[in-house]
Design a binder for this molecule. Structure first.
Ligand code: CU
Length: 139
């Protein structure tokens, strides 16, 4: 009497996505209401600072519902520090870039990646479910 289960599988997957969106929105309403944490949402070019390190902070925009900035530009051969803002909500609070071998979490001690980009190119990043996406361009 057992029916094909694939229907309930897809229903479950759909529910999981809906629940995740709900969690992200819930997290957003709990967080501060500044409406995004990006310090450099204009260009996304990481500024090289006095100590010779290029730094960029990735926040979250509740207008685009994505990382902000979602495009970061780095200079090749210059030490880089990429910070994920601590108030990035929901599952976007985990940021993964496989090509750069980076995983950041919106949690003190896990939210900063330090590396020196040695290869030029465009390296994508996303949250674990691929809802939030962006790229790091090394020039
Ligand atoms: Cu996600």
């Amino acid at each position: 009497m057992k029916k094909n289960n694939s229907g309930s599988f897809w229903l479950g997957a759909l529910l999981a996505v809906i629940i995740m969106f709900a969690l992200v929105r819930f997290g957003m309403s709990l967080g501060n209401s500044s409406g995004g944490t990006a310090k450099n949402s204009g260009g996304g070019a990481a500024a090289v600072q006095a100590d010779g390190v290029q730094r960029a902070t990735i926040g979250f925009s509740n207008k685009t519902f994505n990382y902000d900035p979602s495009v970061i530009r780095l200079k090749r051969g210059v030490p880089a520090e990429i910070t994920l803002a601590l108030d990035v909500p929901g599952c976007m609070g985990v940021l993964i870039s496989r090509p750069l071998n980076i995983q950041l979490e919106a949690e003190a001690g896990k939210n900063i990646a330090r590396f020196t980009p040695e290869k030029t190119g465009t390296f994508s990043f996303s949250c674990p479910m691929g809802m939030g996406t962006g790229k790091i361009i090394v020039e």
